[in-house]
Design a protein around this ligand. Structure first.
Ligand code: C5P
Length: 317
């Protein structure tokens, strides 16, 4: 999350994520699945601007970016948006009824396995906590985040992390940032619930330990054998795009490739930015109806409320 503060407004860049590893350990009694996943935030961002209102309304507006062709990406602007719920939960926690104006510039594709809505929700928690002058700490924000969605706690700190439980228990993984990637989002999206519903949990679970070790050593060359996504098989039964993209990535000069989260985005890891840009060009030519993005993995940031304090100190000195 990147932050720009002015007197009574906050602008945040909320990042997408990819799953370098995702094993489904079993189905739980609450209907969710027990997971072991390694996620990394990447440099594809939505922009959110927050400004408190004098009344009690929460008003979300779409703000197309200057570079978006063909208008803005469609997202719900009503109470079904997680941003709305995040602000409302902070209001309830702080016992305030103040409203908020929110402007959303959406670049992260939806139903894509990139966590865009969860990242927006984490940003909204941080912004509302600050603008309503709450002093909720990271652990309190994490507890509220996990009520909003399984991936939301991860986005409070981002970087590279191992997530367990439903995905809400987050432990940072030591890794270098700046790993080059290309993301390919086909024109069809997938429902997370439907992909999980179709997935068969592992009889003999794949382990993430090897990948964690190589991430800390920074050895990209061994990633090929270690990245994994149990949901890929279920997703490829639901759309032929997964196999189509897999076959294109196999012919590109990439270190490794797989689907992200519950899809439908497929991504490749590249040894440098130049090969990533070259591959992105090939993918755009071959799949003109897919959205192609080049990006890099991001490092973990300070808990957002501490970043605010640091940013405020800088702006007042
Ligand atoms: O937690 P979140 O709201 O993002 O999950 C969306 C849906 O994905 C859930 O309703 C559930 O069907 C499925 N899911 C799951 N196990 C998880 C995470 C999500 O079955 N660990």
């Amino acid at each position: 999350m990147r932050i720009r503060l002015s007197r009574n407004q906050i602008e945040l860049l909320t990042p997408a994520k990819v799953n370098l590893f995702l094993e489904v350990l079993g189905r739980r009694e609450d209907g969710f699945h027990e997971l072991e996943t390694i996620m990394s935030s990447v440099s594809l961002f939505d922009t959110l601007r927050f400004k408190p209102r004098a009344d009690s309304e929460i008003v979300l507006r779409n703000k197309p970016s200057a570079t978006q062709r063909g208008g803005s990406m469609e997202i719900p602007l009503d109470e079904s948006n997680l941003i709305y719920h995040a602000i409302d939960k902070i209001r309830a926690r702080l016992n305030t009824s103040n409203g908020m104006d929110v402007w959303v510039t959406k670049r992260i594709p939806v139903r894509a396995g990139l966590g865009g809505a969860s990242s927006n929700a984490a940003g909204a928690l941080v912004a509302a906590n600050h603008l309503y002058k709450g002093k909720l700490g990271l652990n309190e924000l994490r507890a509220i985040a996990s009520e909003l969605g399984s991936d939301v706690p991860f986005f409070l700190t981002g970087g590279m992390a191992k997530c367990t439980g439903r995905g809400e228990h987050v432990t940072s993984v030591h890794s270098k940032s700046g790993i080059s990637m290309v993301l390919a989002k086909p024109p069809v999206g997938l429902s997370t619930a439907k992909v999980f519903g179709r997935c068969r949990p592992a009889n003999c679970p794949t382990q993430s330990n090897g990948l964690v070790k190589e991430l800390s050593r920074g050895k990209l060359s061994l990633f090929g054998k270690l990245i994994f996504n149990r949901l890929e098989e279920a997703a490829s039964e639901m759309t032929e795009w997964i196999d189509r993209l897999k076959s294109t990535f196999t012919r590109l000069n990439c270190v490794s490739h797989q689907m992200s989260g519950s899809g439908s985005t497929y991504f490749g890891i590249f040894s440098n930015r130049v090969s990533a840009l070259r591959a992105a060009n090939c993918l755009s030519n071959q799949h003109s109806d897919a959205s192609i993005f080049t990006c890099e993995t991001l490092s973990c940031f300070l808990p957002a409320f501490l970043s605010f304090e640091a940013a405020e100190k800088r702006s007042t000195t």
